[in-house]
Design a protein around this ligand. Structure first.
Ligand code: ATP
Ligand code: MG
Length: 445
């Protein structure tokens, strides 16, 4: 099979070859091309040393960012293309990165250090495909297989454990038996990996096409990263709306939701507060009063520990805190909820609630339609620019000062004006608001 390579990438390969070096596209771009996907970027691997690469491209802009590891970035037609010298990774002592890298003149050395067979193929338009580890056949059979002995490869770099799981989710592939066994056995080595790299792979896993089976089959690995999920695994909810245990329900809900980072993080963690809130009533029904609030607090701690950015932590916690409101397709209810969570988060919350209900007993599926209708109403309210926050009121703090309010009172009166508008007791007009505020003033001097 031929791979269509963009012109600028081809030119770099030709230039290296005409200077007497070997050069191939390698890794993710070859994999994606065979899958019929447009590669995100093209990486080039070459027998030229970093100095030789620089010399070859002395007429282009080059960036030396990764030069110690053999990577020179060549800027071609405004695009950054990474060109890396064939490499042998030295010994891994810390379970994270090689002590030193050694450059090589042999492509096979470079392919052997790569993580999975599907990521260890190289291609050159003149030579064709170089596939020493059966990557093409594993692509065809939809399998993630380690290059070499999986235990050795995961001991070298435990991040590969999560990479295997995220590729399984992204590509909807199975993880081959020996590789899977090593993942379960070697998961303790994730302790060597920084939180930032863990959370990056975890997000990619959640954002994949098929996260559900990975979350379920590798729940032991996920609970190495997030021990708080352990009590959720296998927890029978004793509730007629639920057909799955808590963790399975969470995993199914992730897969049936919008591809949005905070929505999927929230769904993974939305019921994490449940085991701690569990009560059985006299009829044997399970209840989890307050689980959403406790869950939001737990999620905030977990995501901070994993070093997710502040805005992601806060939004995810907020989505969990409100995920349990009852969906009612009523104008006033929608407007209230909009006022509580804000314009942007309303729609994400609706997505979380849809995912949650899609993962319950079929009697709950109707709620997904209710949530869709609620989103339409919310959009209508936004389009009509109806008042949903203090800043939207037709009066301001200085109007309240004119009425004689001062200090903290001003905020309190504005808040009660907003409540009255949201409850449709009064309209959002200057006269009605000033009248209402004056009454407030009279009753609360
Ligand atoms: P994506 O499409 O997500 O970028 P990718 O396969 O290109 O996937 P990268 O992280 O960009 O992934 O890495 C590029 C290539 O480098 C991989 O295809 C693989 O061959 C190799 N690689 C990356 N990380 C590792 C690792 N931790 N261990 C071994 N090889 C790795
Ligand atoms: Mg890549």
């Amino acid at each position: 099979m031929n791979i269509d390579i963009p012109r600028n990438v081809c030119q770099i390969i030709k230039k290296l070859e005409s200077s007497g070096f070997e050069a191939y596209i390698v890794g993710g771009c070859v994999r994606d091309a065979f899958l019929g996907k447009t590669p995100k970027d093209y990486d080039i691997t070459t027998s030229a040393s970093p100095e030789e690469i620089k010399k070859c491209f002395d007429d282009c802009a080059v960036i030396e960012t990764g030069i110690k590891h053999g990577t020179v970035t060549v800027v071609s037609e405004g695009e950054n293309i990474e060109v890396t010298t064939f490499r042998i990774d030295g010994e891994y002592i810390d379970g994270r990165h090689p002590e030193k890298v050694q450059f090589s003149k042999n492509l096979l050395d470079d392919l052997s250090r790569r993580d999975f067979t599907i990521n260890a193929m190289a291609y050159n338009p003149r030579v064709g495909l170089i596939d020493n580890f059966g990557g093409q056949s594993d692509l065809f059979n939809r399998r993630i297989v380690c290059v070499g002995d999986p235990s050795v490869r995961f001991r070298e770099d435990a991040l590969r454990i999560l990479r295997a799981m995220r590729f399984a989710s992204e590509l909807d592939f199975e993880i081959e038996e020996n590789t899977a066994e090593a993942i379960h056995n070697m998961k303790g080595n994730l302790a060597n990996i920084s939180e930032e790299r863990i959370s990056e792979e975890l997000t990619k896993l959640l954002m994949g096409e098929s996260p559900c089976n990975v979350l379920i089959n590798y729940s032991d690995v996920i609970s190495r990263i997030i021990p708080e999920i352990k009590p959720c695994i296998g927890f029978d909810q004793h509730n007629r709306y639920h057909i799955y245990d808590i963790w399975k329900h969470s995993a199914v809900s992730v897969e049936h939701s919008k591809h949005q980072e905070e929505v999927r993080l929230a769904l993974m963690l939305h019921d994490i507060g449940k085991p701690g809130c569990f009560k059985l009533d006299d009829e044997g029904n399970g209840h989890f009063f307050g689980h959403e609030k406790i869950g939001a607090e737990m999620a905030e701690k977990i995501l901070r520990r994993l070093r997710f950015p502040n805005d992601v932590v806060e939004r995810t916690a907020k989505l969990i805190k409100y995920h349990y409101v009852t969906p009612v397709n009523d104008y006033k209810v929608v407007r209230r909820l909009l006022a509580t969570v804000g314009e942007e988060d309303f729609f994400l919350l609706a997505e979380v609630m849809k995912g949650d209900n899609r993962a319950k007993h079929s009697s709950c599926f109707e709620r997904v339609h209710v949530l869709e209708a609620m989103s339409d109403k919310a959009q209508e309210i936004i389009d009509k620019k109806l008042c949903i926050k203090i800043a939207d009121l037709a009066v301001s703090g200085s109007d309240m000062i004119e009425l004689g309010f001062s200090g903290a009172e001003i905020g309190e009166v504005l808040k009660s004006l907003l409540d009255a508008v949201l409850d449709e007791k009064i309209g959002n007009t200057y006269d009605e608001l000033m009248d209402y505020a004056e009454n407030c003033h009279n009753t609360n001097p």
